[in-house]
Design a protein around this ligand. Structure first.
Ligand code: ADP
Ligand code: MG
Length: 367
């Protein structure tokens, strides 16, 4: 089921009638979520992710704009009539019910033509439980489960109605690091197996990148960029997106373009064409540095962290906007760790420049 968001906008009135300003939580969001894909909705806290999800679910009504499931206009439909499965950060299971009863619960209220027989309900519940691998735990109460197991129950409960669209709002945030990793892979597997169009909200870029077919990066209610995770990482449209994706994060420098060269501080690191002389912000991905004793970029060496396959070199440079620069270098490279300075050549496709005022990307050709 494709999901069409058309000029979707949500404005909350100010809480303080006299002085407060209204909040544009979601501003003119247009996107068609392709059938059967998992979309990661990504951005910092308060950027409008949950509000977008609540509008898709019907929990909140858009101020303007339309939502279609396939060809159906669902904008005015209630949550119950949309056929969505919802999973939240806190699992919100009924504590006095067993796992089985929790999963059955959404089916017991079905009315009219949707009403199921007892056998049908049990079969659906068992299928959903098997899918999330909790079929051994059906008689337990939520308090007898780990956080990860509780979240699986919540997912099974969302799946049991065979939703047209699955909506997950930070579903992993309450889990510890190891469970988070495992559960996100589970969600990916379940989504692939069921083929349900899924929207996954998270503020964690690594989480979004690792499981999404496409990511949507938001800032202050406005969509910044939509694309496959690798494409967005490789080709950010602005400094915000460049900084939001990647661990370690991109290194950002003050610099300029002058006479067909990009300068980081005073170092001319790249010859380019197609850009007028101007001051710019420069982003270099950690993997964009190459050790080269004749390299144009000179940095003061602080420390070297061995990570096995790679080493992480921490250095400083006066033009850097961060206290330190992090570069990731293949461990096969020989580095004199007692040296005072390192010199780098820069891989052109790992360096981006941005307008100093608007922070929009400036595109160049490498000479
Ligand atoms: P996210 O999920 O990305 O953290 P939200 O969608 O929850 O962000 O919120 C987006 C913006 O809308 C925030 O500025 C938030 O304070 C505001 N907001 C969310 N819900 C309400 C509400 N019910 N009333 C007023 N403002 C709200
Ligand atoms: Mg939220």
């Amino acid at each position: 089921m494709k999901v069409v968001l058309e000029n979707l906008t949500k404005i909350f009135p100010s809480r303080n009638k006299k002085s407060g300003e209204e909040v544009i939580a979601v501003n003119d969001f247009t996107f068609t979520i392709p059938d059967g894909k998992l979309i990661g909705l990504l951005g910092p806290s308060g950027c409008g992710k949950s509000t977008t999800l609540y509008m898709i679910s019907g929990l909140q009504k858009p101020t303007s704009g339309k939502i279609y499931f396939g060809e159906d206009d669902v904008t005015e439909l209630s949550t119950e009539n949309r056929g969505v499965g919802l999973v939240f950060q806190n699992y919100a299971l009924y504590p006095h019910m067993t796992v089985m009863q929790n999963i059955l619960f959404p089916l017991q209220n079905l009315k009219g033509k949707d009403k199921l027989s007892k056998d049908e309900m049990l079969e659906r519940a068992h299928n959903a439980a098997r899918l999330v691998q909790i079929d051994e735990l059906m008689d337990r109460k939520p308090s007898e489960l780990s956080g990860g197991q509780q979240q699986r129950v919540a997912i099974a409960r969302a799946l049991v109605k065979m939703p047209r669209v699955l909506l997950l709002d930070e579903p992993l945030s309450n889990l510890d690091a190891r469970l988070r990793l495992q559960t996100r892979e589970e969600i990916r597997r379940i989504q692939r197996e069921t083929g349900i169009t899924t929207v996954f909200v998270t503020h964690d870029q690594e989480e979004a990148m690792s499981i999404s077919d496409m990511i949507v990066v938001m800032k202050l209610g406005v969509v910044q960029q939509i694309g496959k995770p690798q494409e967005v990482y490789d080709n950010p449209v602005n400094l915000f997106v460049a900084k939001f994706l990647g661990t370690p994060p991109i290194n950002v420098f003050e610099g300029k373009v002058e006479g067909g060269k990009i300068f980081v501080g005073d170092d001319a690191v790249l010859e380019i064409s197609g850009v007028e002389d101007q001051e710019v912000m420069i982003g270099i991905r950690p993997e964009g540095f190459e050790l080269n004793e004749n390299g144009p970029m000179k940095c003061k060496l602080s420390s070297v962290e061995v990570m096995g396959r790679d080493v992480s070199i921490v250095s400083t440079n006066p033009a850097s906007t961060n206290p330190v620069i992090r570069s990731i270098i293949n461990a096969d490279n020989k580095l004199d760790t007692s040296a005072e300075y390192v010199r780098y050549a820069i891989k052109p496709h790992k360096l981006f420049i941005f307008n100093k005022k608007t922070e929009e990307r400036i595109y160049f050709e490498v000479k």
